[in-house]
Design a protein around this ligand. Structure first.
Ligand SMILES: *Cc1c(COP(=O)(O)O)cnc(C)c1O
Length: 834
């Protein structure tokens, strides 16, 4: 084993004392050249920008690693309280440009690459995205760990190292085609494998009970099929502060004896082939956003993450404190990103009792004081439930523990509400019926000391609806933490021209204290400043056009309104409503209703879960409508519709600076928070949106005059459900009627009869959960207000400046400060670096 190289009794070898690496242009050039020619073995005949990217990344990474070790040692020496962010997804995107920014060497690297005759932009583009997440939830985890490092908080991210991340989306004949994303194909220079910290993960087998020497009942989990979890660490640098935290991702591997057993039986080749079963566990990210998936492989993934991460934390604890757990909860806490890692509640109980000999009560006290749970959705289809049968078969010991937690919990409920059997049934961790299920959200609530939603409205709805019984039992557990995004990636790095204008105008304090953007407000009244702002925005639009030029066969013009909706394709997000509006605009052009017209480019992008029939139909519809509109000479520059393929983090970095209008049009009460809305606002886009998720707080910050509001409120939506009649709404609105007519007569499906029948039927159904038709009129009217505002470019620019100025609240620095003050209670650890 790699960790047996140095015997404990020997003096430590002095191999770690290397002088720290310089950050000047000359230092960077020298190291870049050495990495390129010696470490990678390339020369001037190699044409691929990939190796130059790798050589530069190695150069930057070496500089992070010094700071990484300092940080690690500081945490250990100070024996500080620490938090662990457990998430099945970290949607990191690219690493290099962010590392350069946070190290403060962006300009020096730029010059260095110029000096060796390379185009930095081209190198940066050759880095693949780390697409280890579906959408908002995974990107939030990535923004969180950036803010934790910037705030110098001792927080480690724990996740899974999927061999294949989120699929690559291409479009063929208007339809989504998924291609596997083998992002590790050319290696990943940012990660370090640490096989010395591998752990064994058990599956299957059965349990046995015996009495130990002290007369206590002990449980053994036997005859299991074990695998190994191998950690891969990626550095997470704070913003120019010497802190480099860790993202530790687990890869599944076969144990050594796994093959040996079979080998002795004579099946060598088959036993080696069977390694795949183990390694398959972290092979692929499940591409379902906000949707539960009852597959055994997914449960294996969740348990691997929970068990490996907890074993790792406990091993570190035992190393530093011995096997005494009295103070464990004072020094450690775990934030569960949704219910995906919530089996950690039962696994911590198992490790403390079965491995470290604690009593039930002692273990439960620790568990309940270390776990904290974040809910991300109210959608019933996203609430995870595991069949008890599957659970028993795969994780028999954990199932026993969950049953026991439930027994204790239900006793507590009975004491609180004697004789209320309905409530017992409602609150049980086990859903009864023809099939029994484990309700993972309830396990997470019962096992945690904190439960939070991700925007004010969402947290309120959790307390009044989904988790009402639990809120009545433990009101003090519930709290809100409105999401954010990191201003380093989503403003400083992705929009350097705007960042420069901001810094020139109000100083650079905004990068680590985004509330400083308030100082921009008076400049909204400064004509010269508005002109500069407008120029910067137009240039960003041009860059977006240039970036997309090769891919798209449409001609976009910067003077048009750039109207953008990019996010996962989901019925609740209502890309359909957006399409209805586009068809309405097209209809107006065809009718000649074009007085005072505002040219508009509508850009829509996002991936559909491969098994989500309606979402895929919506993509097809967008492309078919685009095809008709963009090829109609009568329409010309008045209206363009474009589907942006393969939406991902690196695409959003180019899209949000070039956006005028941000579409946040979900059915009220369905979008927990949204974070795309925040990225757009920060970059000066105006929002058209419903009173949903964080839109409500965005509007509060920027003021009613600078936000295009439309649609039913959450309570109006719920009220209308009882008598929703979309067919008569269509009948009573001539514009909507014409739009439906165009759809129904096959205007956008001339050679594909009937392909949109299901879409049309969903719009006309009184059962339509998303009530798209109900918000049509109000949406069209709000879009008219948008056009009016855009006609007055000076007014638009003023509103744009005020949106950016009001976006301070939506920094994850603010969010993480709240998590820390109210849940984690960590002390920042300053790191000294020469
Ligand atoms: C920010 C982001 C999201 C979340 O967008 P919402 O509009 O909040 O759904 C999803 N995917 C990517 C790539 C993102 O950058």
């Amino acid at each position: 084993m790699p960790n047996k190289i140095f015997k404990k009794s020997q003096p430590k070898p002095s191999i770690t004392l290397v002088p720290s690496l310089g950050l000047d242009v000359d230092d960077l050039v020298t190291d870049f050249k050495r990495n390129y020619s010696h470490r990678l073995g390339r020369d001037q005949n190699c044409r691929s920008p990939h190796y130059a990217y790798e050589a530069l990344s190695l150069t930057v990474s070496d500089r992070l690693i010094e700071r990484w070790k300092n940080t690690y040692n500081a945490y250990r020496d100070q024996d500080c309280r620490r938090a662990y962010y457990l998430s099945m997804e970290f949607l990191m995107g690219r690493t290099l440009s962010n590392a350069m920014l946070n190290l403060g060497i962006s300009d020096a690297v730029h010059k260095a690459m110029h000096d060796v005759g390379l185009e930095l932009e081209e190198l940066l583009e050759s880095e693949p995205d780390a697409g280890l997440g579906n959408g908002g939830l995974g990107r939030l985890a990535a923004c969180f760990i950036d803010s934790c490092a910037t705030l110098q908080l001792p927080v480690t991210g724990y996740g899974l190292r999927y061999e294949y991340g989120m699929f690559t989306q291409t479009i063929a004949n208007g339809e989504q085609v998924e291609k596997p994303d083998h992002w590790l194909r050319y290696g990943n220079i940012w990660e370090i494998e640490r096989s010395e910290y591998a752990y064994r993960i058990k599956f299957g087998g059965h349990t046995e009970r015996h009495i130990d020497e002290n007369g206590n009942v002990r449980v053994c989990w036997l005859d299991t099929h074990d695998i190994l979890a191998i950690p891969y660490d990626t550095p997470v640098p704070g913003y120019q502060n010497g802190t480099v935290n860790t993202l530790r991702l687990w890869k599944a591997a076969a144990t050594e004896e796994f093959d040996l057993q079979e080998f002795n039986a004579g099946d060598y080749a088959e036993s080696v082939a069977a390694k795949n079963t183990a390694e398959n566990i972290t092979m692929v990210l499940y591409p379902n956003d906000a949707n539960e998936n009852g597959k055994a492989l997914r449960l294996r993934q969740q348990y691997l993450l929970a068990s490996a991460s907890l074993q790792d934390v406990i091993a570190g604890w035992v190393r530093d404190h011995g096997r005494h757990f009295a103070h464990f909860a004072e020094k450690n806490c775990f934030q569960l990103n949704d219910t995906h890692p919530s089996i950690a509640v039962a696994e911590l109980m198992r490790l403390l009792m079965d491995i470290h000999g604690l009593s039930w009560d002692a273990a439960w006290k620790i568990t309940r004081n270390t776990m904290a749970y974040t809910n991300h959705t109210l959608l019933p289809e996203a609430l995870e439930r595991w069949s008890v049968g599957l659970f028993k078969q795969l994780l028999p010991r954990l199932m026993e523990i969950i049953f026991e937690i439930n027994a204790h919990f239900l006793a507590e409920v009975s004491t609180h509400w004697p004789g209320d059997n309905e409530r017992l049934k409602r609150m049980s961790l086990i859903e009864e019926g023809p099939q029994q299920y484990v309700r993972m959200a309830y396990l997470a609530i019962v096992g945690s000391y904190s439960v939070n939603g991700v925007a004010e409205l969402h947290s309120k709805l959790l307390q009044q609806g989904l988790f009402r019984d639990f809120y009545e039992l433990w009101p003090q557990k519930f709290n809100n933490k409105t999401n954010g995004v990191t201003p380093r990636r989503w403003l400083a790095a992705c929009n350097p021209e705007l960042a420069e204008l901001l810094t020139e105008t109000i100083g650079d304090g905004w990068i680590t204290d985004l509330s400083e953007l308030q100082k921009l407000k008076p400049f909204a009244e400064d004509k010269k400043f508005r002109k500069r702002w407008h120029t910067v925005q137009q240039e960003a639009k041009q860059r977006l056009i240039d970036f997309k030029k090769q891919e798209l066969d449409v001609d976009l013009k910067v003077n048009a309104l750039f109207d953008v909706q990019v996010k996962r394709i989901h019925e609740y997000k209502r890309q359909l409503l957006n399409v209805l509006h586009v068809i309405h605009l097209y209809d107006r052009i065809k009718r000649g209703d074009i007085a005072n017209w505002t040219n508009r480019c509508v850009l829509i992008g996002g991936k559909a879960a491969p098994g989500y029939f309606m979402a895929k139909k919506i993509i097809k519809l967008i492309n078919n409508v685009a095809n008709v509109i963009n090829h109609d000479p009568e329409v010309g520059d008045k209206l363009k519709l474009v589907f942006l393929p393969n939406y991902r983090v690196s695409a959003m970095e180019k899209i949000c600076p070039g956006t005028d209008l941000s579409e946040q049009i979900s059915t009220a009460g369905k979008e927990a928070s949204g974070t795309g809305n925040m990225k757009f606002m920060m970059n000066g886009a105006l929002t058209i949106g419903t009173l949903d998720g964080a839109n409500i707080e965005i509007r509060e910050e920027v003021g009613d005059d600078n936000f295009f509001l439309f649609g039913l409120t959450e309570s109006q939506v719920e009220e209308l459900r009882h008598h929703y009649d979309p067919v008569s709404m269509i009948e009573n609105d001539v514009d909507l009627k014409r739009v439906l007519m165009l759809l129904e007569c096959g205007h956008f499906s001339q050679f594909e009869p009937g392909i949109f029948d299901a879409v049309i039927a969903s719009l006309k159904s009184p059962q339509d959960p998303w009530m798209t038709v109900a918000d049509f009129r109000s949406f069209i009217d709000a879009q008219k207000q948008v056009e009016k505002a855009y006609k007055d470019q000076d007014r638009w620019t003023r509103m744009s400046i005020l949106n950016c100025a009001g976006s301070g609240k939506f920094s994850t620095d603010r969010t993480i400060n709240e998590y820390n003050q109210e849940i984690w209670k960590l002390t920042p650890v300053p790191i000294s670096h020469p």
